[in-house]
Design a protein around this ligand. Structure first.
Ligand code: MG
Length: 381
């Protein structure tokens, strides 16, 4: 499969305001056209990007790596011009409406995956959940069944030869989209899951809604805390936040007793609502005896990544009279960063004594508390 993205941007629609066709309007610092192009330019499966424009827009449309084609009077004319311009080595095309600049990687992946199974056509749709009315003169005249109804989105993906033939054969009135033209030619089109954020920007309020998504106001922020204690016993060193420190006693525990790393690991599990280390690495299981705590921390951050979260920051406080932590704190942050694959600047390790009060003050053991934030954008990945 060799896939091209054909972005239809020849419209003259100025309903969204700003006095410009909407594809050239700014949305949080970039035009809709630039955002739609970027969505496909960053996708590894897209071999070519073709932008169908109005001839008047030629100068402002020039973009490195993007071929420009002049469109026609109707949307279907523009798509046809784009399809004709695609080179012979292209086997499939994703036809995308420039007014959907928030199209996600997932949506593009899903359409491509359906084409890979051999489908001649595949397009994202969202099943209707609102009741449907037919209205007239401000009054409801009838209610309509919504079962089996979908809202259509783009990109709509097709076998290139099949959709070219369908466009050539299409003689009917103006089609709403390319699926309509495909169906008229007898092509089967698979419905794949659409995305509520893949908005079609038409009126001014659509722009503010889209900007809200992009400004990170819908960021999913998770905060977790962790607390751990290990007692001192005989030995000649301790391991704290992955750093080996010579000491006249050691910390006792089932694993390497790295109290700081355990607290941080529990903070990550806590942020994910995934319990604690004991749930994932049961102390009853002999394979974790003496284990390097790095295994636990790496597991927790990997679990977070697998759900789309990145570490915002982590803060670990060790509570002990000795050993002295200060000289090792930076090395600890660097080591925790290495294990989690994040820069050390996002990680803080600090220490406090407890003024010789309590078990830490009596040097019976070390306690640690940790806080971590995980971030995931709900918008475009
Ligand atoms: Mg522990």
């Amino acid at each position: 499969m060799r896939i091209a993205a054909l972005i239809v941007a020849a419209g003259r629609g100025t309903r969204a305001g700003g006095g410009l066709p909407k594809q050239w309007r700014d949305l949080a610092g970039q035009t809709l056209a630039a955002r739609s192009i970027a969505a496909f330019a960053h996708h590894p499966d897209i071999a070519r990007i073709l932008l169908v424009i109005h001839p008047d827009d030629h100068a402002r449309a020039a973009t490195p790596g993007v071929e420009l084609v002049h469109g026609g009077a109707e949307r279907a004319d523009s798509v046809r011009a784009g399809l004709e311009a695609l080179p012979a080595d292209i086997t499939h095309v994703l036809i995308h409406d420039v007014a959907r600049p928030l199209v996600s990687r997932t949506t593009i992946d899903t359409v491509i995956a359906a084409l890979r199974t051999g489908a001649k056509g595949a397009a994202p749709g969202i099943a209707l959940s609102d009741a449907l009315w037919r209205g007239e003169g401000g009054q409801v005249r009838a209610t309509l069944p919504r079962a089996g109804l979908y809202r259509a989105q783009t990109p709509q993906g097709f076998d290139l030869a099949a959709i070219r033939a369908a466009h050539h054969a299409h003689a009917g009135p103006t089609a709403a989209d390319d699926v309509e033209i495909a169906l008229a030619a007898g092509l089967d089109v698979v419905i794949v899951p659409g995305d509520e954020r893949n908005l079609k920007l038409t009126v001014a309020e659509d722009f503010s809604r889209a900007a809200t998504y992009l400004m990170g106001q819908d960021m999913d922020v998770r905060l977790g805390n962790g607390y751990d204690v290990h007692r001192f016993g005989p030995g000649d060193h301790v391991v704290l936040c992955g750093v080996h420190i010579a000491h006249d006693r050691a910390l006792m525990g089932h694993s390497d007793a790295d109290v700081g790393m355990h607290a941080l690991t529990d903070a990550l599990y806590g942020a994910l609502a995934e319990g604690d280390i004991g749930r994932h690495f049961p102390p009853s299981d002999p394979q974790w005896k003496g284990a390097a705590s790095e295994i636990f921390l790496a597991h927790a951050i990997e679990l977070a990544r697998s759900r789309g979260y990145a570490l915002g920051n982590a803060d670990v406080t060790l509570i002990c009279e000795e050993p002295k932590i200060g000289p090792h704190a930076l090395a600890m942050a660097v080591e925790l960063g290495r294990i989690m694959g994040v820069e050390a600047g996002r990680i803080s390790v600090k220490a406090t004594t407890s003024e010789q009060l309590g078990f830490t003050g009596r040097k019976e053991g070390i306690a640690a508390i940790a806080t971590a934030t995980l971030l995931r954008s709900q918008g475009r990945p």
